[in-house]
Design a protein around this ligand. Structure first.
Ligand SMILES: *Cc1c(COP(=O)(O)O)cnc(C)c1O
Length: 321
């Protein structure tokens, strides 16, 4: 309940982008980058019910996984400091001599960092047996903990994002045609799609370089989650689409010059800041689709600004910030 109250307070604004004017599409942005000062954007929603669940089960410690610039670990660490529970971050890669700004903050906020070499980390994500071995070793060392998958990619995470979808629907009284969001694991896409039933189209712009196998994995995950979220009487949520082709070279990769230029132009024209890993690629995709006439003239398209602005620190962001 409290989450819906918070979600309703997030502003939805119109933005003016020169490059889509001619398409006749009205572009709105839901400012979930403003939902919380540190628990940025969609991670706020994906952590909400996970933290509630951990509390109900009596855990005083939460563990999760991520890379050196992970918005998810950053948000979890911030939540732990604020709400008074211990946090453990299992980080992909060996501990570097100099920590990323993200991990420095996380450690400063009390997160215990456990580094796992890339090959072993891949193994963890692929075979449940090696994950079980690591978790039982860590339970032995650190005591019991509630475990959240990388990126907050579970049913509780999707339920949080479902609340975002509901809030948006109420705020605009259903008067919009399409919702766009940046997609990593697809948890957010599943939640928002389930909230909006079959009437609105929900587009997830994948930031992963689609070897189609990986994309197929996300697609089936979204299908699995929406199926669990949508109750039988509202029917099947088949209102979502995964859009690939706007990943700009892949997850967390150095940006190609055209994206670097778009980033600059977008921020100058709108006064909004974007993160380079997710929202930049979504807005790039939206402008391309609009220019190609993907939406009929007069369509109202809402983009979810899912936050993650701390991730600007790993890149050369516009205005040297
Ligand atoms: C994690 C993240 C996403 C991806 O969300 P998924 O639910 O994993 O698809 C999108 N945008 C931002 C800013 C994020 O931090």
């Amino acid at each position: 309940m409290e989450l819906l109250v918070r979600a309703r307070q997030v502003p939805v604004e119109t933005i003016d982008l020169h490059c889509i004017k001619a398409s006749g599409v009205e572009l709105l942005v839901r400012r979930d980058d403003l939902v919380d000062e540190q628990l940025s954007g969609n991670k706020f929603y994906k952590l909400f019910y996970n933290i509630e669940c951990a509390e109900q089960l009596g855990y005083r410690q939460i563990l999760s996984f991520g890379g050196a610039y992970s918005n998810h670990l950053y948000s979890l660490a911030a939540a732990g400091k604020r709400l008074g529970f211990a946090t453990v971050g299992v980080v992909r890669g060996e501990r570097p001599v100099i920590l990323s700004p993200t991990l420095l903050d996380a450690e400063r906020w009390g997160m215990r960092l456990v580094f796992v070499g890339r090959a072993d980390y891949r193994e963890l994500t692929q075979t449940s047996a090696s994950l079980a071995v690591l978790l039982s070793r860590l339970r032995h060392e650190l005591g019991g903990f509630y475990c959240i998958p990388e990126g907050g990619a579970n049913l509780a995470g999707a339920q949080g994002m479902q609340v975002l979808g509901r809030a948006l629907d109420e705020q605009l009284q259903g008067k919009f045609d399409s919702v766009c969001l940046a997609c990593g694991t697809g948890t957010g896409l599943a939640g928002v799609a389930a909230a909006l039933g079959g009437t609105k189209s929900v587009l997830g712009f994948s930031v992963l370089k689609g070897s189609s196998g990986v994309d197929a994995g996300i697609g089936s995950e979204v299908a699995r989650l929406t199926e669990q979220l949508v109750t039988t009487n509202t029917g099947q949520a088949d209102n979502w689409r995964l859009i690939s082709g706007f990943h700009g070279g892949g997850y967390g990769k150095r940006l190609p010059p055209y994206l670097q230029r778009f980033w600059q132009t977008f921020e100058q024209e709108t006064g909004l800041q974007l993160d380079p890993v997710y929202t930049l690629k979504m807005f790039w995709g939206i402008t391309r689709l609009a220019q190609q006439g993907y939406w009929p003239k007069g369509s109202r398209v809402v983009a979810i600004h899912s936050g993650g602005l701390q991730g600007r620190r790993g890149f050369t962001a516009p205005n040297g910030s």
